[in-house]
Design a protein around this ligand. Structure first.
Ligand code: SF4
Length: 348
């Protein structure tokens, strides 16, 4: 991204109404905004020159004042032959973020970031080491999808907001980005193939439930009791487990879909048979499913349990009345596994 591009307003991220404002500023009729929307979100153009139904003079004026992408793709780690690849992007303001593309059978999942760094400070997470730097804009979120799509050998089938940052601490922009991804005149990505994951920001879960969004909800539980959550998630102090469970009740009451609970298995912290039994007790009777994620080590104090311990934990959960899956994170060799994302390079 050159300095000229850096200073220009990016169009990706703007909805139809905002594009209309830009067209009116350029003294262009409003149908141009519709055409622009199609070029950006349906045709996925990279330059104004590709907008063939725009007169030359208009393409030039757009190019002088605006750019298309708010992100610059800096590096891709991993090859197209590998199941997981990591994408490093630069923001116009100089910070860097990462997205992860994972291929598993017929599913190609893109994990997007919603913030630069994170303020939540979960003890097992590499992103926490960056501290909080800023919320991503709608465009910076949507552009991760548009740019990774071009590099992906297969069509992206699922989008998860599980990259860097806590999506519900950037609520308005995350929802606006999901709405733009889902917009039927543009990208048209199915609502049920978009999952927003939170560590449990209670007021936002309640708001999400009240607003009746159709995107799937995942909650990082990582403990079967208040005491156990507190060991690795300081946020549990602000939003204790009983309050979190009540908020999730309002979501399941308002949604046709079950909530997914993510449970990271950490040696000696969350992996005992008693933990598994408490988890069953906590979640029985709820419309939910559980994803067990063996911990991805990041060089700190926490360890992944042995295979035997993981199998014993999952065997206990097999008696649960809700579905349980075990998610062996892919891409741990390139630090692209769950909880491993962190950009430690200096920003520009
Ligand atoms: S797990 Fe999510 S919420 Fe917790 S510190 Fe990492 S990025 Fe933030």
């Amino acid at each position: 991204m050159n300095s000229e591009t850096n200073s220009k307003q990016a169009l990706i991220g703007l909805n139809q109404t905002k594009l209309e404002r830009i067209c009116s500023h350029l003294k262009e009729p409003s149908f141009r905004a519709e055409q622009l929307f199609t070029w950006l979100y349906k045709s996925h153009v990279n330059s104004f020159h590709e907008m063939r139904n725009f007169p030359n003079e208009l393409r030039q004026r757009f190019g002088e004042q605006y750019c298309i992408h708010p992100l610059e793709l800096i590096r891709v780690t991993g090859s197209t032959a590998e199941p997981t690849r990591k994408f490093l992007f630069g923001l116009q303001t100089g910070e860097k973020i990462e997205s992860v593309l994972m291929k598993d059978g017929d599913r190609t999942t893109l994990c997007v970031s919603s913030q630069v760094g994170c303020a939540v400070d979960c003890k097992f997470c590499a992103t926490a080491s960056m501290g909080f730097q800023k919320n991503l804009s709608v465009g910076e979120i949507v552009d991760q999808f548009l740019q990774v799509s071009k590099e992906s050998p297969s069509a992206i089938t699922n989008i998860v907001f599980m990259g860097m940052g806590e999506p519900f601490l950037n609520y308005d922009r995350v929802i606006a980005a999901a709405d733009l991804l889902n917009n039927e005149n543009g990208i048209k990505f199915g609502a049920q193939r978009i999952t927003i994951s939170t560590v449990g920001i209670v007021p936002k879960i309640i708001r999400y439930a009240e607003e009746k969004h159709r995107y799937k909800l995942a909650v990082s539980l990582n403990g079967s009791s208040q005491e156990s959550r507190l060991k690795t998630m300081p946020i549990a102090k602000k939003y204790p487990l009983p309050e979190l469970m009540n908020a999730i009740n309002s979501y399941t009451l308002n949604s046709r879909h079950p909530v997914t609970f993510e449970y990271v298995l950490i040696e000696g912290i969350t992996d005992s048979v008693a933990d598994a039994e408490k988890l069953i007790k906590l979640l029985s009777g709820r419309r939910c499913k559980v994803n067990v994620i063996p911990y991805n080590e990041i060089g700190g104090d926490y360890r992944r349990p042995t295979k035997e311990v993981i199998e014993t934990f999952v065997a206990v959960l097999n008696n649960a009345p809700f579905p349980v899956t075990i998610r062996w994170s892919k891409g741990t060799d390139i630090s692209a596994g769950c909880g491993q994302l962190a950009v430690l390079e200096k920003t520009a």
